[in-house]
Ligand binder design. Structure first.
Ligand SMILES: [Mg+2]
Length: 387
């Protein structure tokens, strides 16, 4: 039994409005779906989040697919090593001989790690299907129920505060039974964001934990000032407070100056970047996203390193995949879900058999692999097959 076919789809769902984060709007839900088929007819599904999607697809199709055909899909570690090593050795030069410069130069690092992510996730889905086990159990987990928080709280369609809509939205998550909710900050002056946070706290009462995500909005002094201003409203974590260019040592200055735990990692590409955050940035919560970079194989290494340093895992997005991983590691903490179907139509429409969330608890099934399939109607509506 071996891998004999790879299919790739680009999935795009334009949203009805822009959902502003601190620095940019979110206006399209999108992903790449990778399907690996074996010689005996099983199909593993992988998902990738990253852009430009066409570049990632090109790396999967032209760079990595030829290395996969004929391989045993159970060899997840060996295949990961083969793909990853091709990015930092002369093997990589063979992947695009007509391109002149080596295909895997610094300019496509995120795309290359995203391509590996989708392939690796599909391999783990296949492994579960081949062995008849859900991934959470394959990895040794004993409890398929995991805490989840409701993520939302964006700015308005023009980036404005939109406080009444914000309060209604966040209050609706609390009413659904989520004990933890997350909202955006960093897009407006600190005083205006404090008003937003205060309004949400007044609405949900003292017992709901509020997390804040700044999406890399601040320099170091402003991040420290913002954290101190938000502090009276009972904040569970302060996520990615610092600009991209100072995201390790700058974040360390923030972590050490404030008494809200800091969270980061969704923008990291591999275990070494996560190591630097854990060792040097003072974070308490690691958010490495296996659909953006590296897949399950890399995520598990990050989780082990985090566990040895007292850091918990709260991965970014894609609870239908990350749920299996959080359930299986001793420092698995919480999952991110997006209950607003207008913000995340793919969570609603793209899958069959995806896990349900009740009162802030996600329950995984016993179905083999990741336990979900692709909804034919959702794929017809949003997906384009590339190969
Ligand atoms: Mg975030």
């Amino acid at each position: 039994m071996h891998i004999d076919k790879i299919s790739v789809y680009i999935v795009r769902a334009p949203l009805g409005r822009a959902y502003w984060m601190s620095l940019e709007p979110y206006s399209e839900a999108s992903e790449i779906v990778v399907e690996l088929r074996t010689s005996d007819g099983l199909t593993g599904i992988g998902e990738i989040h990253g852009r430009p999607m066409e570049k990632i697809v090109e790396i999967v199709r032209d760079g990595f697919a030829p290395l996969l055909i004929g391989r045993d899909p159970l060899e997840t570690e060996a295949i990961y090593t083969r793909l990853f090593q091709s990015t930092c050795s002369r093997q990589g030069a063979r992947l695009n001989p007509a391109g002149g410069q080596p295909h895997f130069g610094g300019g496509v690092r995120p795309q290359m790690m995203a391509a590996i992510a989708g392939i690796d996730i599909a391999l783990w889905d296949l492994k579960g299907k081949l062995l008849g086990q859900p991934v959470w159990r394959l990895l040794g987990g004993g409890n398929p129920t995991i805490a989840a928080y409701a993520s939302g709280g964006y700015y308005g369609p023009e980036g404005e505060a939109a406080i009444s809509d914000l309060v209604e939205e966040m209050g609706s998550y609390a009413a659904l039974g989520y004990p933890t909710i997350k909202m955006k900050v960093g897009g407006l002056p600190i005083a205006a964001d404090v008003e937003r946070v205060r309004a949400v706290r007044d609405c949900v009462g003292p017992d709901v934990s509020i997390l804040l995500d700044a999406n890399q909005a601040y320099d170091v002094p402003t991040a420290i000032a913002a954290a101190r201003a938000f502090r009276p409203y009972g904040i569970g974590w302060f996520e990615e407070p610092v600009h991209w260019y100072d995201s390790v040592f700058g974040l360390a200055q923030v972590s050490h100056a404030i008494d809200i735990p800091t969270a980061s990692g969704e923008s990291e590409l591999h275990r070494w970047g996560c190591r630097d955050l854990i060792e040097h940035a003072g974070i308490r919560i690691m958010q490495f996203d296996c659909t953006r970079a590296g897949g399950v194989t890399e995520w598990l290494k990050v989780a082990a390193y985090a566990a040895a340093h007292g850091v918990v895992m709260a991965p970014h997005h894609d609870a239908q995949i990350h749920g299996h991983l959080v359930a299986a590691v001793p420092n698995g903490y919480i999952l991110e879900v997006f209950p607003n179907p207008l913000r995340d139509p793919l969570w609603e429409e793209l899958f069959t058999g995806r896990p349900k969330v009740t009162n802030g608890v996600l329950r995984l099934s016993d179905s083999p692999g990741f336990g979900f399939g692709l909804n034919a109607e959702g794929m017809r509506k949003y997906a384009t097959q590339i190969c």
